[in-house]
Design a protein around this ligand. Structure first.
Ligand code: UDP
Length: 372
C-alpha cells in the first residue's frame, strides 16, 4: 500500500485527521471532489472580503483543548455573533434576551419578562414539550414563537414546527440579561485571513488532490491505502441502498454591492414566512469591515440564503435529525461498522448536526483511538 490513510474530504474532520495522522508519522493522501480545500468552511477573498461561500461559520467553543488546537493554525479575531431578526421590518435582538423581551412587550425587568413567558406558556397549555413548537413556546412564549421562530424554522427546515425535534431550538440561548451574544461559549472568533488559510495550514506538507470524486473511483483509490477516512454522506457511500436520508440544502446568492454598508451587521435573519430567504449575511462585518491597513472597504458582499429540500446533485448541508431519519441512519451505521477498512466521520459521515468545535473534537478522538 502506498498510503496508511486515504482521507476523503478536506473539511474540518478530514483536515484535522490528516494533520494528526501525519504528525504521528503516517503517510496520508487527502482528496476532495471540489476544486478547493476546506469543505463547507471554505472562504474566498472577493473585494478584500473573506466570503463564507458555503454559509456563515462562526467559531465558538467551550472546549479549551479545541480552542488551543485551532489557534495553532490561525489567529482568531474578537468577533461576537449578534444576529438581528427582521420580522416585516420590525427589528429584534437575538438570541432571545432582555432587549428582545423589551421590544416585544415593553417589559423592563427580568421578572416581568419571566412572568410574560409563563403566562403565554400556561395559555398554550404546555407542560411537557413534545416538538419544536411546544418547546419554543415553553421557552419564550407565543409572541416570540410566532414572530421570530415559526416562519424562520419552517423556511429553514421545510416542515411544520410540530413535526420537528425540540433539540433544534435548544441550540439558542434564552437569557434574562442584556446580552446579545448568540453563543454560550467561552471562546469565539473568526480566523483572521479566512478559514481556507486555516485549513491550508492544517494540510501543510500533506499530499492533497482536488477535483477527485471518491465514489466514482472507489476501487482504484481504495487500493492505494490501508485505511479510508470517509467524510461524505453515509447514504451516498452505500449507494442509497437502504433509501435516502433527508438533508436540507441551501443556495447562497452572493452579490457585490457598490456601497460600504448594506445592513450594518454580519447576519440579519428574516423571520417572517413571506420573505423567501432565511437570512442575509454581510461578510465584511465578520472582520469589522476594514482592509489589512485598517481602512474602510468601499464595497460590500452579501449573500442571501435560500433553504430547500436536498435532492441528488445538490449539496447536503443539514441532516434532518427526526425519528424516521434517525432509524434509517441507525441501519446505515450498522453497515458502516461492518466496513473494517473505512471510518465514517463528520457532519455527513455521521449524519449529525455537528458544530465545528465538535467535529474537531471528534476527529482528534478518532485519531487517538485508532493511531495512538
Ligand atoms: N431559529 C429561529 N429563528 C432565528 C434563528 C434560529 O427560529 O432567528 C431556530 C431555527 O429553527 C434554527 C434553529 O433555531 O434551525 C437553530 O439556529 P442556528 O442559528 O443554530 O442555526 P444554524 O446557524 O446552524 O443554521
Amino acid at each position: 500500500m502506498k498510503y496508511d490513510y486515504l482521507i476523503v474530504g478536506t473539511g474540518l474532520y478530514g483536515a484535522v485527521f490528516a494533520h494528526e495522522a501525519k504528525k504521528r508519522g503516517k503517510s496520508v493522501l487527502v482528496i476532495d471532489k471540489r476544486p478547493n480545500i476546506a469543505g463547507n468552511v471554505y472562504t474566498e477573498e472577493i473585494e478584500g472580503i473573506n466570503v463564507h461561500k458555503y454559509g456563515a461559520h462562526i467559531f465558538h467553543t467551550n472546549n479549551k483543548q479545541v480552542w488551543d488546537y485551532v489557534n495553532q493554525f490561525a489567529e482568531f479575531n474578537r468577533f461576537t455573533n449578534s444576529p438581528v431578526a427582521n420580522y416585516h421590518g420590525e427589528l429584534y435582538s437575538l438570541p432571545f434576551n432582555m432587549y428582545t423581551f423589551n421590544k416585544m412587550w415593553g417589559v423592563v425587568t427580568p421578572k416581568e419578562a419571566e412572568e410574560k413567558i409563563e403566562e403565554q406558556k400556561k395559555a398554550a397549555g404546555i407542560t411537557e414539550p413534545k416538538n419544536l413548537e411546544e418547546q419554543a413556546i415553553s421557552l419564550v412564549g407565543t409572541d416570540i414563537y410566532e414572530k421570530l421562530i415559526k416562519g424562520y424554522t419552517e423556511k429553514q427546515w421545510g416542515r411544520p414546527c410540530t413535526e420537528l425535534p425540540s433539540f433544534i431550538i435548544k441550540r439558542l440561548p434564552v437569557r434574562f440579561t442584556f446580552d446579545n451574544n448568540y453563543f454560550n461559549a467561552l471562546y469565539q472568533g473568526i480566523p483572521v485571513g479566512g478559514y481556507t488559510k486555516m485549513v491550508a495550514n492544517m494540510l501543510d506538507g500533506i499530499e492533497v488532490r482536488l477535483g477527485v470524486d471518491y465514489l466514482e473511483n472507489k476501487e482504484e483509490l481504495d487500493s492505494q491505502a490501508d485505511k479510508v477516512i470517509y467524510t461524505g454522506a453515509i447514504d451516498a457511500y452505500f449507494d442509497f441502498k437502504l433509501g435516502t436520508l433527508e438533508y436540507r440544502s441551501v443556495r447562497f446568492d452572493a452579490e457585490i454591492l457598490n456601497q460600504p454598508n448594506f445592513q450594518g451587521n454580519a447576519a440579519v435573519n428574516y423571520t417572517d414566512r413571506e420573505t423567501p430567504w432565511t437570512r442575509i449575511i454581510e461578510h465584511k462585518w465578520f472582520e469589522f469591515g476594514k482592509d489589512k491597513e485598517g481602512n474602510d472597504l468601499p464595497k460590500t458582499v452579501i449573500s442571501r440564503e435560500y433553504s430547500s429540500e436536498w435532492k441528488p446533485g445538490d449539496e447536503p448541508y443539514y441532516p434532518v435529525n427526526d425519528e424516521r431519519n434517525g432509524k434509517l441512519y441507525a441501519e446505515y451505521k450498522k453497515l458502516a461498522d461492518a466496513e473494517d477498512k473505512v471510518i465514517f466521520g463528520g457532519r455527513l459521515g455521521e449524519y449529525k448536526y455537528y458544530d465545528m468545535d465538535a467535529v474537531i473534537a471528534s476527529a482528534l478522538d478518532m485519531c487517538k483511538t485508532i493511531i495512538c
